[in-house]
Design a protein around this ligand. Structure first.
Ligand code: GRG
Length: 296
């Protein structure tokens, strides 16, 4: 009997999240020489994220029938180092000034601002160290590093964050909003798929379709995050929600119903790309069950 999408994703999470968490917990302290910094980096890394991004990379590897060795799981976990750095810095008083993340005090609340800044810096650089040490061959290592720098650097996630910080209180146009979200959130999600494609040596024609899936999954994630922010309580999502405000979100720009429609269409576009591939993409499709549409 064929497993449902939800069951496939649950099975993948059950198999891989403990391994990702175990590797991060064990390996990270080996790369930090100062105890306070090490505790601060580990505090945020071990705070219980969904591990969506490394799971996406590993799902691509599985789709290409690679066996998931500890060394490949460590390589995929690099994306969680970057993601966690971005959250620590985003929560700082100079940025979003949040007290709660993943249901726990933010890094600068649990430690102090200087330590939180350094923990972010440490996680960011550690990501590049781990990629450079991997055993996948120099050619792929350079590609992974090059693409990661583009995705999260000054024309990727950092640029998105800069636009966000500087547009507080200003109403962005639809195009500006799409650009902001795609840089700030989309780039790293898209990279998670791309990293898998680089490691698996995906042929060009397949890579194109899988990158279309990545683009649409990244966009769906952004729309869904805005919807969640609008409809959830702080207890449900473990971070402050901003129902009321003038923030630049899909929901504030399009309204809740249109945002759901946009999400639905974006999901359909991604599935259409996957359907054009002549191998089993059910595991990748299963990632759409992450979006709980509440029977809509
Ligand atoms: C500081 C350079 C720099 C960038 C920060 C990622 C980011 C850019 C800011 C985070 C603010 C935010 C709420 C963005 C929306 C999307 C997002 C990244 C949500 C959190 O990701 P999840 O849901 O979180 O995967 P978990 O906790 O599960 O890992």
């Amino acid at each position: 009997m064929k497993m449902s999408n939800q069951a496939l994703l649950n099975q993948l999470e059950k198999e891989l999240i403990p391994k990702i968490n175990g590797i991060l917990k064990q390996e990270l302290p080996l790369y930090v020489s100062d105890d306070k910094l090490s505790n601060s980096m580990s505090y945020s890394i071990n705070a219980g994220g969904k591990r969506l991004r490394p799971l996406l990379t590993l799902a691509i590897l599985k789709t290409y029938n690679l066996s998931l060795t500890d060394s490949l799981i460590k390589l995929a976990s690099v994306i969680e180092l970057i993601h966690t750095y971005s959250l620590i810095h985003d929560d700082l008083p100079a940025m979003d000034d949040d007290d709660l993340r993943r249901g726990k005090p933010t890094n600068h609340k649990a430690f102090d601002q200087a330590t939180a800044i350094l923990a972010g810096d440490g996680l960011l650089t550690l990501a590049f160290e781990w990629i450079s040490e991997s055993e996948i061959g120099e050619n792929k290592i350079v590609k992974l590093i090059n693409q990661l720098s583009e995705a999260v650097g000054a024309k990727g996630m950092v640029a998105g964050q800069s636009i966000d910080v500087n547009s507080a209180g200003k109403k962005l146009s639809k195009d500006e909003l799409i650009n902001l979200h795609s840089l700030k959130t989309g780039k790293l999600i898209i990279y998670s798929v791309k990293a898998g494609l680089i490691i698996s040596e995906s042929p060009d024609d397949e890579m194109q379709l899988l990158m279309k899936f990545a683009d649409s999954f990244g966009l769906a994630f952004q729309i869904y995050d805005d919807i969640l922010d609008a409809v959830s309580s702080e207890d449900e999502i473990g971070k402050p929600v901003h129902h009321d405000n003038d923030k630049n979100t899909y929901v504030n720009l399009y309204g809740i119903e249109k945002s759901y429609e946009l999400l639905d269409q974006t999901i359909k576009n991604g599935i259409e790309s996957l359907n054009q591939l002549d191998f089993d993409t059910d595991l990748l499709k299963s990632f759409y069950s992450y979006f709980d549409l509440n029977g809509r």
